[in-house]
Design a protein around this ligand. Structure first.
Ligand code: KG4
Ligand code: ZN
Length: 341
């Protein structure tokens, strides 16, 4: 079965062709970083306009690289949400048009489901159930995943997402957008113990996150230095900030695995490309005797291969040839995980 995946939820226009849920024939990603860089974040209106320009060439290139025509595609998988409404509409409308003209059934995919399952694009695949941490620019959520289409939320961020905190701290330090890659680069030459930034554990049992406090602590640290006329030590701030975020992400994920007895951890989302997070999660998980799985960095950040894959898993039950499907900016609500008595 050949699936054409289409992703346009934020600032990447992407298309991919996946065969039988395992063999990736092409994976094209057109990033809009150059458009948004000067604003220090994604400008929704500019993002939608750029998606409109890029969607046709990106899909065309994905088909060409896979060496297939639309006539060979059995199904379309397209991101429905969460994300920027204008951006999502470009991808969904394009998929609907292809579906209508070529009579190819399509399925709307939740972007988070794509991230959660992206690890299945790798050789080493986890068994079910597992606990997944999805940390991206829009989300920091811990899921209990019992099969490819059943996800329960164990914890989520109450304010900023982890990636958003990286992006905001980078902007404050005068570093470029997106902040994650540049902070992780700068952190390599800094001392992670130089400054103790706060960790928001919330209540003792809580698996929720909060990253606005650590962000404010960085603001205060920079202002204090400014008042004293001292130039902030950017590598030390980056390393110490990164350590604080990684510490909370890892410890809460480990706690979630202990609670469920799942024994397996999956790391996903753009922040999962962070080398320090990967290292600490692997070490901490292995110490507990848990298996730790993570996609290669190219599949952590937004891509259409993960959308094609998630679409593949839900295709049998969810595909359609009707055209009333809409996009959504927030996930309509995954069910909450509850410990069995
Ligand atoms: O998953 P993604 O591409 O898009 C969303 O769904 O949001 O994630 C993008 C986020 C950005 O906030 C970016 O700064 C962060 O992932 N990110 C990183 C790294 N690479 C990307 N954060 C920390 N370390 C990285 N190496
Ligand atoms: Zn994403």
């Amino acid at each position: 079965m050949l699936i054409l995946g289409i992703e346009s939820s934020c600032d990447e226009t992407a298309a991919a062709v996946l065969e039988d849920g395992t063999k990736l024939l092409s994976n094209i990603i057109n990033s809009q970083i150059d458009v948004h860089k000067k604003y220090g974040g994604v400008v929704p209106e500019l993002a939608s306009r750029r998606h409109i320009e890029d969607i046709y060439p990106v899909v065309h290139e994905a088909l060409a690289q896979a060496n297939v025509t639309l006539d060979r595609i059995d199904g379309l998988a397209v991101t429905r949400g969460p994300g920027l409404i204008g951006s999502l509409l470009v991808g969904l409308s394009f998929a609907k048009a292809l579906s209508f003209v070529k009579k190819i059934p399509y399925v709307g995919v939740d972007h988070m489901a794509g991230h959660l399952l992206s690890v299945f694009l790798e050789e080493s695949k986890p068994d079910f159930p597992f606990v997944a941490l999805v940390a991206s620019g829009g989300h920091s959520t811990i899921f209990y995943v019992s099969d490819p289409v059943t996800f329960h939320v164990m914890g989520r961020t109450l304010d900023d997402a982890a990636g958003e905190a990286f992006d905001k701290v980078a902007k404050l330090l005068g570093l470029e957008y997106p902040g994650g890659p540049v902070i992780s680069r700068m952190a390599k030459t800094g001392d992670a113990k130089a400054i103790h930034f706060p960790r928001a554990w919330l209540s003792r049992e809580s698996l929720d996150f909060s990253f606005s406090g650590v962000k404010t602590a960085v603001v205060n640290c920079v202002h204090r230095n400014n008042l004293k006329g001292i130039l902030p030590n950017v590598p030390d701030i980056c390393a110490s900030f990164q350590e604080a975020v990684v510490d909370v992400l890892v410890k809460k994920t480990i706690r979630a695995v202990r609670l469920t007895g799942a024994q397996r951890i999956v790391l996903a989302g753009g922040v999962a490309a962070n080398e320090r997070l990967r290292e600490v999660m692997r070490e901490s998980g292995n110490r507990e005797g848990f298996e730790v799985f993570m996609p290669s960095p190219e599949f952590c950040t937004d891509n259409a291969a993960m959308i094609a894959l998630a679409g593949y898993y839900s295709f049998e039950n969810a595909s359609t040839l009707t055209y009333d499907m809409d996009v959504y900016s927030r996930s309509p609500g995954f069910r909450q995980w509850h410990k069995m008595a």
